[in-house]
Design a protein around this ligand. Sequence first.
Ligand SMILES: Cc1cc2nc3c(=O)[nH]c(=O)nc-3n(C[C@H](O)[C@H](O)[C@H](O)COP(=O)(O)OP(=O)(O)OC[C@H]3O[C@@H](n4cnc5c(N)ncnc54)[C@H](O)[C@@H]3O)c2cc1C
Length: 502
Amino acid sequence: MNTYDVIVVGAGNGGLVAATEVAKAGYHTLLLEKHNLPGGCATSFVRGRFEFEPSLHELCSESSSTELDGVSGIFRDLGVDVPLVYEDTLFRAIVKGEDGYDVTLKAGREPFLDSMEEAVPGCRESVKAFLDLITPIDEAQIDMNKNGLNPIRLFQDHADFLRVAAHSADEVMNALGVPEKAQHLLNTYWGYLGVPTDELNALHYLSMIVCYIDGHPSMPRYRSHELSLALVKKFQEYGGEVRYNSEVTRFLFNGKHECIGVVAGGKVLYAKKVISNVIPNNVFNRSDERHISARSRKLANARKIGMSVSTVYLGLDCTMEELGVNDYSVFVMSDKAPRKQYENRQNFGMYIVNCLNKVLPDCTPEGTSTLFFTVPFFPGDLPADLTAQDYKKYKNALAEKYIRDYEKVMGISIVPHIEEISVATPVTFARYLGTPDGTIYGYASEDWDNIIARTAMKDADYDTKNLYFCGGHYIRGDGYPSGYITGHMAATDVIQALKEGK
Ligand SMILES: Cc1cc2nc3c(=O)[nH]c(=O)nc-3n(C[C@H](O)[C@H](O)[C@H](O)COP(=O)(O)OP(=O)(O)OC[C@H]3O[C@@H](n4cnc5c(N)ncnc54)[C@H](O)[C@@H]3O)c2cc1C
């Protein structure tokens, strides 16, 4: 049968939650995925005797308020139970150079404030004031979720939310008198949203860092693939149908410009509603443009494509202790300020090295360990003259450059212990995810196109009838939680529309 209530395109984090929730509500649902396995970024791969985590550094599973949607609540409601392992440090931040620093910050609000105070004596109160802003932000969000966006009400009842919402993270920290070094430490996570903190919306950044600080970074036991498999299993238990190796090549519309289905694997499939986990650019490229409004097309063209990464995955023939590694997550930076790190990104501006064995000692065979390097790449960062013939040489040189630098920074020897190595670049992510420039973060969050503007303009911006979106490219920006939460949002909208016969 080729007719469904709902078709979900893409089995990434967003598509998996959207599909499972719609199927749970009793709707006849088809999930289409171009690969032979689910998850998108949330997957795993095997080289030799190692199973690597390709993307997840840390999952932020709890939301900052129990009244706001968070990963654990969404999973609980769907009946998906994946035990998580929690890490007690947030990260070790190393800034190179004579006036640099080497600081490890703990997870948990009080331990975090203690470790900040130890690193920057006298900063505690201002840092606390910054983090405490999450309370008025959450209250405003809860109010808007219940009562809609009402500017007068926001002015009257949520003044602190409005004060923060229009400013960058740096502006808010300056206003609160957070000392410079404490700001630099607090800003370490900017790369997780792909925007330096002088431009990054304070509300967006606060929501993310408080979630990590209060909730602790977490990991599933069997890589992020375990999360994706658990969701697919539930989806199928709820009666959903999944088709792998089914790339959607065309979105279909009727004469009233309403989406009515898709073409996948040469088959025409119809649905009352289509949810796309695929970035709008790729949806519009697979649609007859007469059916996409001028506003939607202009928006897709105006938006800046977000960050990608190059990554190096190492399987090592010794334990992390033998290697001399003690930390889960190490940020290595050439300068203290995020803007400088960003500008210097081609020359060690900022990179992250994770050792999963710290959180999950038995994630690799006995006597071995793994390291995972992440280097931010923005559209245009790959050499314009890079040819297919030179690509392998280029990525191997990139891997060696970062491994050698990390050896120097940590005073350890890695190269003689490499048993397996795999290197990915934006080209890899472009091929695997199918995203423009290999973006892993959807669209860049800019001041005119940030989480606030996107949320406020959601209904006007996504104006194709019967076509819904979810994933890192949607209104909340990137990340596992955003993927799952926007999947939940799309499912809620679709279920409501179907119930109301709209
Ligand atoms: C190296 C790396 C490190 C990261 N670290 C973290 C982290 O520590 N914490 C965090 O929260 N986030 C992290 N992220 C970001 C996070 O992984 C993403 O933001 C999130 O997973 C995106 O989810 P999504 O729902 O947009 O789906 P995606 O993962 O983009 O999946 C989309 C799916 O759609 C499929 N698809 C595409 N086109 C079609 C088509 N035409 N037809 C059918 N199927 C199609 C794809 O194959 C894919 O399965 C990281 C990402 C990477 C790559």
